[in-house]
Structure formats: C-alpha cells, structure tokens
Design a protein. Structure first.
Length: 103
C-alpha cells in the first residue's frame, strides 16, 4: 500500500479553493435585443389587456416553441411579465400578461 502524499492533496485542495468561475462578460445580459423574440412577445402582450397562454403567443408571433418559452422566462425574470396559474386546465400551465410600464 502506497503512503498518501499529503503535500499533493493539500496542493489540490488549495487549487480547488482558489478557482473562480469565469466572469460573464456579456454587455447585454438582462436586456432584450431589439429584434429578438423577447421584444416581440413583450410588444404583443402590451397590446393585449388580458392573460394569454403560451400557445396563443406562439401562434400570433409565429416564433418557435423554444423561443417563446425562453422569452417568457426572461421577461418574467426581469419583471416585465406576470404569470398566474391557469385554473381551467392545470396549475402548472401559466397565463401571461405584461406588467404596466414604469415611467
């Protein structure tokens, strides 16, 4: 049985503690792009006064399911859209509406 080399173990632990994840250098993180699905979804929801299902948003905007899902997730994260459970179907399905614009 080989003896454990404590120096290399200590070196590995020290290196692991010193490691930091890379910094996110995206200047537009948290801001929608001017021609993306997020802006299109937000524009559509601001035109409507009632809650809409993701499927309705998808059919109206003509964007893909993935683009709509990511756009709604992003807009909820930045507080531009509110979501409530759909009581007619299942609570895991959400209805979306744009929040009032802040002046």
């Amino acid at each position: 049985m080989q003896p454990t080399d404590h120096c290399s173990l200590f070196a590995q632990l020290a290196a692991a503690a010193a490691w930091r994840p890379p910094r996110n250098n995206r200047p537009l993180a948290g801001k929608p792009k001017t021609k993306g699905a997020s802006i299109e979804v937000l524009r559509y929801l601001r035109e409507q006064s009632d809650f809409k299902m993701a499927g309705e948003i998808r059919r109206t905007t003509g964007r893909s399911h993935s683009a709509i899902c990511w756009a709604l997730r992003f807009l909820r994260q930045i507080g531009a859209v509110e979501a409530v459970p759909d009581r007619r179907r299942n609570p895991r399905y959400l209805l979306y509406r744009a929040r009032a614009q802040q002046a």
